[in-house]
Ligand binder design. Structure first.
Ligand code: CA
Length: 224
């Protein structure tokens, strides 16, 4: 289930928004305070919707700290002031998108969907762990950058996002190659094989990417 952290102190906004998210099937956590939102983000939500004007710590600072902690979930900023937006999205705060208040619910939900499609979750920070920076489109193993092609990166991103779960060949073809599945997934197998090699994985005893016969692939949870 997709988990959304909503940080907004105005109940007139957070309540209908949380309801709308739940209707979309998201699991929503609401915080009305910046410091509390930062604390709640330790559960690694898939997306953060962040009001700029929050008590105890403003949204800008929350966003900076999230990134400083290495959290890669997309951040959507809510702001009443369009003139603040450049600072938030353009500069160093690390937000991904913004919506100015008052906003249309349908538009906000569309932006959230777009960010979730693009975004990545599941930062693995174990020894031998893989870290993905979705914004920069870079992947690291033990803080060493992996030299991946665009497709290899997308493949790894999807697998890591769904870590611990099997991702079907159909889904990978659709998400990574944006194509219908016509039966042959030789390209996919080839990419998985290269990706394994680059990760230092062994296909016969895979540590990262397991083959699930007749179904697809699974990125193993490493935090166990
Ligand atoms: Ca506010």
């Amino acid at each position: 289930m997709i988990r959304v952290l909503l940080a907004e102190d105005d109940i007139a906004i957070s309540e209908p928004l949380a309801r709308a998210f739940r209707r979309e099937g998201y699991d929503v956590t609401v915080r009305a305070d910046g410091a509390e939102a930062l604390k709640a983000a330790k559960d690694n939500p898939d997306l953060v919707v962040l009001d700029l004007g929050l008590p105890t710590m403003d949204g800008l600072e929350v966003c900076r700290r999230l990134r400083a902690e290495g959290r890669t979930a997309p951040v959507l900023i809510l702001t009443a002031r369009a003139d603040e937006v450049d600072t938030v999205v353009g500069l160093d705060a690390g937000a991904d998108d913004y919506v100015t208040k008052p906003f249309r619910l349908a538009e906000l939900l569309a932006r959230v969907r777009a960010l979730l499609r693009r975004g990545v979750t599941g930062t693995v920070e174990e020894e031998g762990g893989i870290r993905i920076d979705a914004q920069a489109r870079r992947a690291y193993k033990n803080d060493e950058e992996l030299q991946l092609t665009a497709k290899e990166f997308d493949l790894l991103r999807v697998l890591v996002r769904e870590q611990g779960k099997v991702v079907s060949r159909e889904q990978l073809m659709r998400e990574v190659w944006e194509t219908q599945w016509f039966g042959s997934t030789k390209t996919l197998d080839m990419h998985v094989s290269v990706l394994r090699r680059k990760l230092g994985d062994d296909a016969t005893r895979p540590r990262f990417i397991s083959t699930v016969r007749g179904v697809g692939f699974r990125f193993e949870r490493l935090d166990a």
